[in-house]
Design a protein around this ligand. Sequence first.
Ligand code: CS2
Length: 502
Amino acid sequence: MDARTGRSAGSRLCRETLERVDPASRPAVDPRELRPRVVHFGLGAFHRAHQAVYTEAAAASGADPTGIVAVAPRDAGVVGRARAQDGLFSVTTRSPAGEKPRVVGALVGALHLHDDGDELDGLLTSDATTTVTLTVTEKGYHRVPTTGVLDLADPRIAADLRLAADLRTGADLRTARPRTVPGRLAVSLANRARRSGAPLDLVSCDNLDGNGPALAGVLRDFVGASGWADADAVLEWIAANVGFPSTVVDRIVPATTDRDLDDASAALGVRDELAVTGEPYTQWVLEDAFRAERPAWEHGGARFVADVAPFQLTKLRLLNGSHSGLAYLGLAAGCRTIAEVLATPWGEGFVRGFAAEVAATLLAGGPDPVAYAESLVARFGNPAIRHELRQIGSDGSLKLPQRWVRGLREATTTSTIGEHQTLALAAWVNATRPAADGGQLFGTTDPAARDLAECWTGTPAGVTARLLTVLGAPDLADDTALTGAVEALLPGLAAGAIPLLP
Ligand code: CS2
């Protein structure tokens, strides 16, 4: 009997119980027929509803029997759940038209980054592994937000570097067990370089602009600081043999709730502790710059292009940028989910107005911004998706540099910062106010929460400038027209009143 669910193990989704699931909801492939070619870091909801689905579709097309070994960087619980279910989990596509879970069969293994370090290193150094994908969120890269370089002062990175330095005398690094993603990848890349040297691609699927170079940068920084005698040779090998294609991933996948698990389990007839929900829309654009043989994800609908930058900027600045704005405005107004915000008198207008302002900072060759904004209004308004504002509003100090700051900076040189962008910034400032319990006012979390809270202890007039400095934008902090306009909006926002902009 499972202590948490009170059900017997026999009713758990797994290979044995699949026959109880409606045939229309069963996986498109049998994972036992797949070859583990992809190692994925980040066993969260987004991966299960996105890359796993594309990989399964590619396998089901008959073109590519690739399976995924998924790695949980921190949470050992999810590894246990994945193993108990033979890697099977369901995805429920939520739309007003109705919903039905479907079991996905792309996972062929689940490992914990630290506890299963030796097995993971074996996979990462094996010639059979050609591709590593990552959804580890902005936090997983351990970058200094203001400069984008690896944060050598981060205690977890410093600990992994000490571990690496202990092995600098040429000891076998295969038994090293770093705890961070950059540490693990850097150590295993070095091992691969020293062994077969077979090429490999590392594919970041996180919402960073230039996510390929961003990943390459932190790994180079780690190797550079490792103290290994052959660090230069490892760096040369990486430059010649490891691809870092940039990508754009898109699908709205809210964090799974207990109710989602109950709903999926009831519909399947067996308990699914790994169920995820997502919107119908899904997109994956990848830079066609792989060094090794790559999975045939185009059979699942992925697009390979020469340059992802126009798609990446549009997605980050329009979708994620307006998402963050809606989250902070909605929290001020007492809403809980994005769909609730879209139902307010100002929600849709904010998305259109924000997009019109940001359009001037996008690159040619991407989607049409007006049509894109209309699609966002429809996607965000989907009442079947319960996407919590607190989830989107968390980690603002790591998200906003690529969602807002670079665009705002470009707007100050090419035109002016628009009213919707100013309002969004004011809503973030309002949401950084410290709560009595030491957290953030609306229950969001942020690794820089302490620095953000400190900004509120100085003179009230300088708060926006201080917060912008924490975001890595001292130039915007000096823009008194901007900070003045933001501060004029704060009393209204603190009272929960959202202005209706033309
Ligand atoms: C959201 C994203 O949580 C957030 O910050 O903006 O997760 C967003 O839902 C996805 O990027 C959509 O593709």
